[in-house]
Design a protein around this ligand. Structure first.
Ligand SMILES: *Cc1c(COP(=O)(O)O)cnc(C)c1O
Length: 228
C-alpha cells in the first residue's frame, strides 16, 4: 500500500478514522468492537509521531525489533503505566531476556528454541507474557512462521512440554495473494487447536481481517504515515 507522509496534527485524526472503520466493520459482522485490539505499529516512526499518538490517548503499540523498541519504549514504559507493547517481528533466542522484560505480548513464536527461551525468561522474571504462534500460511520458503502442517504438534509441545500458554495465532499473508484466503485459513487453524486469538490484518487489509475474526490488528502506516 502506498502512503504519504502525514502531518503531526493529522495523527489523532488518523486514529479516529481507523477506529471508526473498526467499529463499522465489527458492527456489520455482529462482533463486539472491544474484541478487537488495535496495535499501532510504531517501528521506524519518528518519536514526535509516537508522542502525538500517546497524547491522543493510544496505549497499545507494536514493534518489530527488540533493540530499536528498547531505545524508544524503555523510558516511556515508566511514564505510561497502561502501556502495552507487542513484539511483531522475528525473535532471536539471545534477545529473549530483553524481549520478555520490555514486551507484554509476543506474536512471533515459531520454533521450539524460541518457545523454550521465552518460557524460561518469563519464569525467571516472573512475568505473565502473552504468546502467539506465527504461522507461515503460504508456506513461503524465506518467511518466518511455522508451517501449517507442523502447527498442531507445535501447539501441543508449547502447552505440554514447555508450559508456555498460547493465546492465539498470527500470520502475514504472501504479498501477491488474496489476504482473505489466509485470514480464513488462520481462523480454521485456530479453531482446530482451540485457540481464540487471531493476530492478522495490516493497514491495507485490517477490515477484511476483522470479517475473518481478527482479535488483534497490526496497523502502522494508516495511523502514522509512511516510515522513515
Ligand atoms: C510493519 C508491520 C505491520 C504494519 O504494516 P502497515 O502496512 O504499515 O500497517 C504489521 N505487521 C507486521 C508483522 C509488520 O512488520
Amino acid at each position: 500500500m502506498k502512503v504519504k507522509a502525514m502531518e503531526l496534527s493529522d495523527i489523532s485524526k488518523a486514529f479516529t478514522q481507523v477506529r471508526t472503520k473498526i467499529d463499522r466493520v465489527a458492527r456489520s459482522c455482529n462482533r463486539p468492537t472491544e474484541q478487537i485490539t488495535l496495535i499501532a505499529v510504531s517501528k521506524q516512526q519518528q518519536k514526535d509521531r509516537i508522542d502525538a499518538s500517546l497524547a491522543a490517548g493510544h496505549r497499545v503499540f507494536g514493534e518489530n525489533r527488540v533493540q530499536e523498541a528498547k531505545k524508544r519504549w524503555a523510558n516511556r514504559k515508566y511514564q505510561y503505566s497502561e502501556l502495552r507493547l507487542h513484539l511483531i517481528g522475528p525473535l532471536q533466542s539471545n534477545k529473549a531476556a530483553d524481549a520478555v522484560r520490555l514486551f507484554d505480548v509476543i506474536h512471533t513464536i515459531d520454533r521450539p528454541k524460541i518457545a523454550i527461551a521465552i518460557a524460561k525468561e518469563a519464569a525467571q522474571q516472573n512475568k505473565n507474557i502473552q504468546c502467539f504462534i506465527q504461522v507461515n500460511t503460504g508456506d513461503e520458503p524465506q518467511k518466518s512462521g511455522i508451517s501449517p502442517r507442523d502447527l498442531s504438534s507445535f501447539v501441543d509441545f508449547c502447552r505440554e512440554e514447555v508450559g508456555l500458554p498460547i493465546a492465539g495465532l498470527m500470520c502475514i499473508p504472501p504479498v501477491d495473494e488474496e489476504a482473505a484466503i489466509h485470514f480464513g485459513f488462520l481462523n480454521t487453524l485456530a479453531s482446530r487447536n482451540n485457540l481464540t486469538g487471531l493476530s492478522m490484518g495490516m493497514s491495507g487489509d485490517y477490515e477484511e481481517a476483522i470479517r475473518f475474526g481478527a482479535t488483534h490488528i497490526r496497523v502502522g502506516s494508516a495511523l502514522f504515515g509512511s516510515r522513515e
